[in-house]
Design a protein around this ligand. Structure first.
Ligand code: UDX
Length: 440
């Protein structure tokens, strides 16, 4: 039997990576986006965002002819045996709930065109219960109706490790309503399964929940250690030592236990909020009320960063120059969605500070989203004449910076390490006042 032909609806981080990796696994893949510009870029071999290793794989697979991109739903419907739904579900403006317009929009376009048997595999992060609604829509709106299988297949990829996480995931999760759906997914992921990757097969509701539960847990872990950082700050304890000591307990583990400026990005913040909103609709809001606190702890870190900076500047931001190192929500990414670094930078600017921002990859995105901030061409350039340097995204370039070189250009040797990623001794020895979140 011929291998199924795959389509990927939505070519953002998730979709573009999925399309490229499925082609890499040997499938014929057609990626769709409504953004013609994105489709043109991808077709030309250019990844429209920063993701290490993805460009090379994109070009290699375009060259084989297995991978193509289109804006046409007619092409997608005619081509695909399995349609992966990978569109975004951002937070609604002014609400916690997920904005489902892209999911609904892509189904509006796809379903009436499905005239032969196929599978729809939902990968977008959605409120639990969405898949059940999609199943009803398939029956009502797709000409092939009952001959269309629906499966839910959440995606756990991290930005910066997207290729690795897709080709060698920790686990595969599939929600199914029939053996046929499971068989199709086993065929698509055969090579990954052959590597020994565990696959959890369950019902639709569970599969949808796994993704938000995983992100809720990760966010909670980060906020837990950041709550400990708050306590460390008033007891003169050191949260990095605390975290290290906890990490040797294998039940706790050290990953996602780095205290600092907290989590941002396009997933964790909006996913925990959408999860709370959905729990409210389901009448189990109490079960997730702790996530309100997780969110609040996370946001308090940003306020604390501003306060700590003010302390170092003798209680005023006026006529004070602040160098902000980092704009991306985490290193090895150009993603600035809900970036803690840019949130802090813009708060400081509103307080009257003269803020200069530098990031190795996220400058264009930052300029677009925060046009009122000032930007520099390098870390040294941002630090020139600065009264304080803020380390807000732990790029390797910043972690390896030489305190002596930086000392030569600043006005005052003040540094705040918002990510607990610099070596305090090294900076103090070079004459710097080193401060960090959760450390004496
Ligand atoms: C996350 C999930 O990890 C991934 O499984 C899911 O599919 C999408 O959301 P991502 O948004 O790429 O991935 O970022 P992640 O690496 O999880 O980091 C999230 C945020 O937490 C970043 O802002 C990071 O700086 C912060 N973080 C992470 C900490 O503050 N401390 C830590 O110990 C770890």
């Amino acid at each position: 039997m011929a291998a199924p032909r795959l389509t990927v609806l939505g070519t953002g981080y998730l979709g573009a990576t999925h399309a490229v990796c499925m082609a890499e696994l040997g499938f014929e893949v057609l990626g769709l986006d409504v953004d013609a510009d994105k489709v043109a870029k991808l077709s030309d071999g250019a990844v429209p965002f920063y993701e290490p290793g993805l460009d090379r794989l994109l070009r290699a697979n375009l060259d084989t002819g297995r991978l193509r991109f289109t804006t046409s739903y007619d092409d997608v419907a005619a081509f695909g045996d399995v349609h992966f739904l990978c569109v975004g579900t951002p937070q609604k403006h002014g609400e916690y709930a997920a904005d489902m317009r892209y999911v609904n929009g892509s189904l509006d376009a796809l379903l009436p065109r499905l005239t032969r048997p196929c599978t729809i595999a939902g990968k977008s992060t959605v409120p639990v219960g969405t898949a059940e609604g999609v199943a009803e829509r398939i029956k009502a709106e797709a000409p092939a109706g009952d001959a269309i299988e629906l499966v839910w297949n959440p995606e756990f990829l991290r930005e910066g490790f997207a290729v690795e996480d897709t080709l060698r995931p920790d686990r595969l999760v599939i929600g199914v309503t029939s053996p046929a759906g499971e068989a199709t997914m086993r065929e698509v992921y055969a090579k990954i399964l052959a590597n020994g990757t565990p696959m959890v097969v369950g019902d639709m509701a569970t599969a949808q929940l796994v993704k938000v539960a995983a992100n809720a847990f990760l966010a909670t872990k980060i906020s837990f250690i950041n709550a400990m950082a708050e306590v460390c700050e008033v007891t003169h304890a050191d949260v990095t030592k605390l975290s290290e000591a906890l990490s040797y307990d294998t039940r706790i583990g050290g990953r996602f236990l780095n205290a600092g400026l907290g989590f941002g990005g396009g997933c964790l913040p909006k996913d925990i909020r959408a999860f709370m909103a959905r729990a409210g609709e389901l009448g189990v809001d109490q079960a997730l009320s702790f996530l309100t606190e997780v969110d609040a702890i996370n946001l308090r870190r940003r306020a604390r960063m501003v306060d700590l900076t003010r302390e170092l500047l003798d209680d005023t931001f006026l006529r004070r120059k602040v160098a902000v190192l980092g704009a991306a929500f985490k290193p090895d990414s150009d993603d600035i969605r809900d970036s803690p670094a840019l949130d802090v930078a813009s708060r400081l600017q509103k307080h009257g500070a003269d803020v200069r921002v530098y990031d190795p990859a996220a400058m264009d995105n930052a300029r677009r989203m925060y046009p009122d901030l000032s930007y520099s061409e390098s870390a040294l350039d941002a630090a020139a004449g600065a009264d304080v340097v803020l380390h807000l995204t732990e790029w390797a370039e910043f972690c390896e910076m030489d305190p002596g070189t930086l000392a030569a250009v600043v006005a005052q040797r003040n540094i705040v390490d918002g990510r607990n990623a610099l070596d305090p001794e090294r900076w103090r020895t070079a004459g710097w006042t080193y401060r960090a979140l959760g450390r004496p």
